[in-house]
Design a binder for this molecule. Structure first.
Ligand code: RFL
Ligand code: PHB
Length: 404
């Protein structure tokens, strides 16, 4: 169908703006908020309804850098009240346990346990309060003339097509979005590794089994004990890729989780009915460069990490930090050096988080058909961590987040 672009727009769809942001997940909303605070006009286009976006259960751990950025964006108040500051994590391997003292190993740095759903809700509230334009259920978003001087974006809202002219487009629309796919294949280099398993996650209103996160390597497969509050827990177990969530009763999940945890922790587990259960595949993915003309990719649109390092949302935050600074320098001072350097700056941090996430994943998961040598390598990794402060320090430095 050819879009009819002549239709007049409702008042809240401007004909022109500074930056069109495709995607209203955490990357897009945070960028919108930071640009608005810098006086830069922008419009967010989100394919789904707000209720749908807020029903997605995803990440739970924020690095110090992401926490600071959310505070700078004026959305830190509830996080600071309700988030849980953690200064250590537990790692277990079969029946052995090790605490990584994050604060001691990183000169006082910590992480904040605060769900992505809450971050997104706080960002929506802030966008509403400031009168930001976030258009939901924007369908058939298409990006035009990205290499020319006058890019524009077309999309449909209900029955009506719209066109917004802009200076720049920010592709914040996740792995399956339209932005990365708008770049000609011969202008992108893709790097990908798909792991032969997924994570089955369960959310329940039960107190967490432990006051810190527990990453558990076991011959039956990896397990993770996380939390959203002192009364709400998030647990994961590694599962085969072809597993169906319908085949996992709550009872089956709890039994499997208990079998993979050290006995003393498992003995304290409080079970209860699930609020949500879902399976996510694990993948490492990077698209280079993160820029095509006037289009800048950020967050999951440009890269994916397996969740074992808790880095996905945090990488989205560092991308947005670099991009918002670069756009602000462009509009305030006519300085385009940040835009020119954006892709290289972001990718330098992305690849280190890819490395850490890949290492945590390969060290702690059971790989089908990997053989006895790989199993010994995992044992040696754990032994080295247990015996070397330098090894624990490297883990801690990456877990709390490398500097922006
Ligand atoms: P998001 O959150 O995917 O948001 C992208 C938004 O763009 C919208 N969109 C479009 N809008 C307009 N037009 C289109 N054509 C569009 N196509 C898509 C989508 O509806 C969506 O609202 O990307 P963003 O903002 O870059 O944020 C990244 C984080 O969400 C992500 O890195 C993490 O959640 C990754 N991740 C996890 N990370 C962790 O650190 N710990 C976790 O436990 C964890 N669990 C997960 C995850 C990601 C998952 N995905 C993507 C399937 C669990 C899942 C299931
Ligand atoms: C979560 O709470 O969902 C979570 C925490 C840490 C991870 C992954 C997921 O590494």
């Amino acid at each position: 169908m050819t879009p009819d672009l002549s239709g007049c727009s409702p008042a809240d769809v401007p004909a022109r703006t500074g930056v069109v942001i495709v995607g209203g997940g955490p990357s897009g909303l945070l960028l919108s908020q930071l640009l608005h605070l810098a006086g830069i006009a922008n419009v967010v286009l989100e394919r789904r309804s707000r209720a749908y976006v807020l029903s997605r259960i995803r990440a739970g751990v924020l690095e110090q850098g992401a926490v600071d950025l959310l505070r700078r964006a004026g959305v830190g108040a509830r996080m600071d009240r309700e988030g849980l500051v953690h200064d250590g994590v537990e790692i277990s391997f079969h029946d052995r346990r090790l605490r990584i003292d994050l604060a001691d190993l990183t000169e006082g740095k910590t992480v904040m346990v605060y769900g992505q759903t809450e971050v997104t809700a706080d960002l929506y509230e802030a966008r509403d309060a400031m009168g930001g334009t976030v258009l939901h259920e924007a369908e058939h978003v298409q990006l035009h003339d990205l290499e020319g001087g006058r890019p524009f974006v077309t999309f449909r809202l209900g029955e009506r097509y719209h066109r917004i002219e802009c200076d720049f487009v920010a592709g914040c629309d996740g792995f399956h979005g339209v932005s990365r796919r708008s770049i000609p294949a011969d202008r992108l280099r893709l790097f990908e590794m798909v792991y032969p398993f997924g994570w089955l996650g369960l959310l329940a209103d039960v107190p967490p089994v432990h006051d810190e996160l527990v990453y558990a390597g076991h011959e039956r497969g990896f397990a993770l004990c996380s939390m959203r509050s002192r009364t709400r827990s998030r647990y994961y177990v590694q599962c085969p890729l072809d597993e169906k969530v319908e085949d996992w009763s709550d009872d089956r999940f709890w039994t499997e989780l208990v079998s993979r945890l050290p006995a003393d922790i498992a003995g304290r587990l409080v079970t209860g009915p699930s609020i949500e259960k879902s399976i996510a595949p694990l993948r490492s993915f990077v698209a280079e460069p993160m820029r095509f003309g006037r289009l800048f990719l950020a967050g999951d649109a440009a890269h994916i990490v397996p969740p074992t390092g808790a880095k996905g949302l945090n990488l989205a935050a560092s991308d947005i930090h670099y991009l918002s600074e670069a756009l602000t320098a462009h509009y305030r001072r006519g300085d385009d050096s940040g835009l020119a350097a954006y892709s290289d700056r972001a990718l330098a941090r992305v690849w280190k988080a890819e490395r850490f996430s890949w290492w945590m994943t390969t060290t702690l998961h059971a790989f089908p058909d990997r053989g006895a040598f790989a199993a010994r390598m995992q044992e040696a990794e754990f032994d080295y961590l247990a015996s070397s402060r330098a090894a624990r320090q490297a883990l801690a430095e990456n877990y709390v987040g490398l500097p922006y």
